[in-house]
Design a protein around this ligand. Sequence first.
Ligand SMILES: Cc1cc2nc3c(=O)[nH]c(=O)nc-3n(C[C@H](O)[C@H](O)[C@H](O)COP(=O)(O)O)c2cc1C
Length: 190
Amino acid sequence: MTEHTVGYLIGSLSKESINRRLANALINLAPDNLVFTEIEIGDLPLYNRDLDANYPAPAQRLKEHLASVDAFLFVTPEYNRSIPGSLKTAIDWGSRPWGTNSFSRKPSAVIGASPGKLGTAVAQQTLRSILGFCDSPQMNAPEAYIEFTKGLVDDDGNVTVPETEEFLANWMARFGEFITRVRAVIPPGE
Ligand SMILES: Cc1cc2nc3c(=O)[nH]c(=O)nc-3n(C[C@H](O)[C@H](O)[C@H](O)COP(=O)(O)O)c2cc1C
């Protein structure tokens, strides 16, 4: 099977992040042909278009990292019924300068965890809208709204509830298939 590089972005900067735990679980459950690299967002300044001609070093590093991967996985909390500002900042830097949008024509998937029953559903809809504007083909289904109960993912990234483990493994398998399909019609570099 063809290997695909997946850059994953975690919307939370917290050391205790449940979304980082979820990302670790997803990587453990992913098909073997997906290779993961974290696209870190914690050191980015707020986006400012005055700097488009001279990106600050962390934003330049972000651009280069985004360019180096085949697909994106967004694992995000919901903040006040939207996505965290840190994640929006990363997407804004990645989408510019005009004409060099790093997300264009590259496949993506969105998932998130919250202690609440809505499981980041509202934030995910917002993120889908942003990625749509950024011209990223998105996996529409299955959707995944994870209500994160205590201990759901252990320190080694193992999912402790078998039904959830099966659901997440299937979700990652579907994401792998989706990346393969998109790359078949949009070869790298086109
Ligand atoms: C500023 C802020 C806003 C939040 N807003 C929401 C929200 O709109 N919906 C929700 O389900 N949880 C909300 N929460 C609770 C988060 O889901 C919870 O803190 C979660 O652990 C964050 O994910 P993380 O552990 O990956 O950082 C909010 C938390 C913070 C700090």
